[in-house]
Design a protein around this ligand. Structure first.
Ligand code: ADP
Length: 285
């Protein structure tokens, strides 16, 4: 199956960060490459979720049959950007047996005693898995940079180190899909208000989110540095406008489908004699 017709451009092309792109120019409310509207989204999302699930099962099946490859989805974005929605509505269409989800919050005392990549390495996907990082090692050059949690020469050295780390992963057979989700300040305000408006959403609200929101100019600078310095050929960044949740979910679904397709996985061949087994089954009680 090819890309559905409502896409005029593949998200992999139109959303890939290009040298010179500016974070301040991102239109969070746009839907690049998509010619449809919100009303087209539910049916299309369901159809593409099914395609994703099929490919994910194939990855899982190959992992169980000795193939070492895996996929790693890295989700970054400010609070309310919709990382959780991607996990629930996109990745959630897959079979949990083949998904490894990890969210990275404030490092624990134990984690702080180690190199920042220590906890990241422990969470990497195994053979046949799709790893999902809800926040990631990029926090170590985002929140850490904005709040001066380590000196500039320390975080400054991390961009190259992250590139080398990701290179190591891709060389070892992990396809990395890095998604930076951008929500506008107005939309973020609305989403935070929604969280404060109903008790079933309080759990998603954190008073600290408002402090981070006030630091958006500093975060914008830190995101710019991430995109400028860590969008590599082996692990490019995709810049996903996130004011329209239906759009960001459709786009990330296509990014995952394309990545899985590029692995050109077959259904693993039987490691037994199929005909002989059929006969044995027929003649059994
Ligand atoms: P979320 O806000 O994504 O729902 P949490 O409530 O667990 O999840 O918050 C995660 C918080 O942890 C964020 O504010 C994030 O900036 C912070 N965090 C993540 N990684 C680091 C890190 N390496 N150093 C400091 N803070 C971090």
């Amino acid at each position: 199956m090819t890309l559905p017709e409502l896409w005029t451009h593949h998200p992999q092309q139109i959303l890939a960060f290009q040298a010179g792109d500016r974070v301040e120019d991102i239109d969070a409310n746009s839907s690049p490459g998509f010619d449809g509207t919100k009303s087209d989204a539910p049916a299309l999302q369901q159809q593409r979720n099914e395609r994703f699930a099929e490919l994910q099962e194939m990855l899982h099946a190959n992992g169980r049959s000795g193939d070492h490859r895996s996929v790693l989805l890295v989700l970054q974005g400010m609070d309310t950007a919709g990382k959780g929605g991607i996990v629930e509505h996109v990745v959630g269409a897959g079979n949990p047996m083949g998904i490894r989800y990890t969210s990275f919050g404030v490092p624990t005392a134990e984690e702080l005693q180690h190199h920042y990549l220590w906890r990241i390495r422990k969470a990497l996907p195994g053979a046949g898995q799709i790893g999902v990082f809800d926040r990631s090692h990029y926090e170590d050059v985002l929140v850490v940079r904005v709040h001066n949690l380590v000196p500039p020469q320390v975080w400054g050295a991390r961009y190259d180190e992250i590139n080398a780390f990701e290179r190591e992963l891709t060389d070892a057979g992990t396809s990395i899909v890095k998604v930076a989700m951008f929500v506008s300040l107005e939309e973020q305000k609305q989403r935070l208000a929604d969280r404060l408006a109903s008790p079933d959403k309080y759990w998603k609200y954190n008073p600290g989110d408002l402090d981070e929101r006030a630091l958006w100019p500093q975060y914008r600078e830190a995101y710019q540095a991430v995109l400028d310095q860590t969008s590599t050929a082996h692990a490019p960044w995709y810049v996903v406008p996130a004011d329209k949740k239906w759009y960001s979910r459709l786009a990330v679904t296509e990014l995952l489908i394309e990545t899985l397709k590029s692995l050109e996985l077959p259904w693993p061949p039987a490691d037994f004699d199929v005909e002989a087994e059929k006969k044995r089954l027929l003649s059994s009680a």
